[in-house]
Design a protein around this ligand. Structure first.
Ligand code: DAT
Ligand code: MG
Length: 148
């Protein structure tokens, strides 16, 4: 089954949105396969956002994501990568629709609450960057017959 890497950013953690965000993905029918509260090192942040290392906001992005703890997660389910991106809303919260996480809780692009992988390759890369094998849990979910 497809997996994606989602992360409540420091602003989301500080604003007590971890539970709200986990609830949305749980209720959608996705399965949580791993999660941890952690501080990100500068090196990990730079690797995570490597595709943006030539952008003017790169320094700000790295210092923001390392400024306080994040809540890193692996979620599983059919088409979870694209669906999670839809549930997050557009990168700029001012363009994100109401009903999306960024649309409901964010105001600025620099503090947009949540990260989610944008493709299968980045999902794999990001899951491997943040989680080791023993932190990803394989199990059957009883309710899955009522989702699929
Ligand atoms: P997303 O997080 O929706 O995948 P992205 O990969 O284009 O968006 O950018 C990564 C993060 O960088 C984004 O969540 C917030 C920040 N960012 C993007 N564009 C920005 C900009 N123009 N100014 C400041 N920060 C920006
Ligand atoms: Mg991105």
């Amino acid at each position: 089954m497809e997996q994606t890497f989602l992360m409540v950013k420091p602003d989301g953690v500080q604003r007590n949105l971890i539970g709200e965000i986990v609830t949305r993905f749980e209720r959608k029918g996705f399965k949580l396969a791993g999660a941890k509260l952690m501080n990100i090192s500068k090196e990990t942040a730079e690797q995570h956002y490597q595709e943006h290392n030539d952008k003017p906001f790169f320094g700000e992005l790295v210092s923001f994501i390392t400024s306080a703890p994040v809540f890193a997660m692996v979620w599983e389910g059919e088409n979870v990568i694209a669906t999670a991106r839809q549930m997050m809303g557009k990168t700029n919260p001012q363009e994100a629709l109401p009903g999306t996480i960024r649309g409901d809780y964010g105001l600025t692009v620099g503090k947009n609450i949540i990260h989610g992988s944008d493709a299968p390759e980045s999902a794999k890369r990001e899951i491997d960057l943040f989680f080791n094998e023993t932190e990803i849990v394989e199990f059957e979910k009883n309710g899955n017959n009522w989702v699929y």
